[in-house]
Design a protein around this ligand. Sequence first.
Ligand SMILES: Cc1cc2nc3c(=O)[nH]c(=O)nc-3n(C[C@H](O)[C@H](O)[C@H](O)COP(=O)(O)OP(=O)(O)OC[C@H]3O[C@@H](n4cnc5c(N)ncnc54)[C@H](O)[C@@H]3O)c2cc1C
Length: 474
Amino acid sequence: MYDVAIIGAGIVGTSIARELSKYDLNCVVIEKSNDIANGSTKANSGIVHAGYDAKEGTLKAKFNVLGNEMYEEICRELDVPYKKNGSLVLAFNDEEMRHIETLYERGLKNGVKELSIIDKNTVLSLEPNIQNNVIGALYAKTGGIVSPFELAIALAENANENGVEFMLSTQVINIYKDKDIFKIETNNGILDAKYLVNAAGLFSDEINNMLGGEKFNIIPRRGEYCLFDKAVGNMVTRTIFQTPSSKGKGILVSPTVHGNLFVGPNAIEMDKKDDVSTTKEGLEEVLREGAKSVKNINPRDIITSFTGVRATPSTNDFVINVPTRNAVNAAGIESPGLTASVAIAPYVVNLLENQGLKLIKKTNFIPKRKNTKLFINMSDDEKKRVLSLNSSYGRIICRCEHITEGDIINAIKRPLGARSVDGVKKRVRAGMGRCQGGFCMPRVVEILARELNIPLTEITKSDKGSYILTGETK
Ligand SMILES: Cc1cc2nc3c(=O)[nH]c(=O)nc-3n(C[C@H](O)[C@H](O)[C@H](O)COP(=O)(O)OP(=O)(O)OC[C@H]3O[C@@H](n4cnc5c(N)ncnc54)[C@H](O)[C@@H]3O)c2cc1C
């Protein structure tokens, strides 16, 4: 019997899991995919929003601003790359300038610090590659960038180290109550829990229905991206937004924490919640619109493209409520959900406590992760020391990102370690570089098979069924 079961191991579920792991509780995270962060948390802009965008008084506004303020410390504690690089919302005409003034006012009401409106010359002195027809911008110094899946994995690892169980490849099919206990029916059997949290992202409306909560719908909205080579990663240093519309924040151009550049996303409503294909028209739209903000974006520098799917709730705000006694919805968490998640977590724990969950602080909670440094980031002395203990740190596997065999073995052996090629990629970036795994994928497959002690043909690229090899040719 679990005290708390959390459905979903995206950034929301893992933030809540880590928060609950600070207390003496028996908790489980149930995730249908074979890894942490395989839903919306895998493919998004990775922006830690300042908080001027969401309407004042909404949950989005409240948790955005709170979350932004919590990021620096959480990322430091968990050793996750994060950068407060600041952001600009550009105006190209008087109407957009008026909208920027509205955003400025809204930001002040939401409690955003270090917000200012700057003129054309200041914009161009900060970011010389912005198009010359810009007339001004909203400058938010607290805007930041993060690697979203690395943070979710770090939160999950840390929660796991502090005692939270993770059941991967386990899909919740139905939920019912037997007296006061939740019976959670999954493809791996029935689990019992006293309290339940719905953090199922795109599918959180379906879980809410199982719990008998007030109805809402999740509308899936595609967002396509082009990712550029590190060679052009310094075209802009801040995150460059366009003036937002009713469809969202528009196409942005931003550096990533690892020094790449990306352009995107568009916003297209879809029928299917799990369609992550990219389209020719979508990518053309992204590049066309991105070029309105930043000069000289060259499609030849694109190294890959991808799609993320937003879980847009019909309520126009996050759905954080109590659908039935002893349960909490953390549902419909669309943008700025990555930013907000770290602040949503303590709020959800508080909602559980209000319903009777006993919270007794652990005395042995471990806030930090251990042994996370990549070989490339080690000092000379650290390199010498790990090499003397383990020579596999001396073999480079991913030439683009300089990732060694030792780093990959560590990614597999860590708590909730990698089980697929994408699992390795998300943890240590092998295959994330210019060649996109062209050189290192076969070696990563071999290392996974050897370390997990399974046949090569069992290794998948990402989730179940995505096998890479079918058998021997000779
Ligand atoms: C294109 C795009 C751009 C974005 N940009 C930003 C940004 O720059 N900044 C920002 O702050 N936010 C951004 N967001 C929003 C952010 O990505 C989301 O708010 C956040 O990832 C939501 O996390 P989640 O944990 O709720 O959902 P998810 O990451 O989708 O996790 C939900 C999990 O639940 C699992 N699940 C679902 N159903 C079941 C079931 N029945 N049984 C078991 N498991 C189940 C899924 O497999 C999934 O892993 C963006 C989103 C998108 C799509």
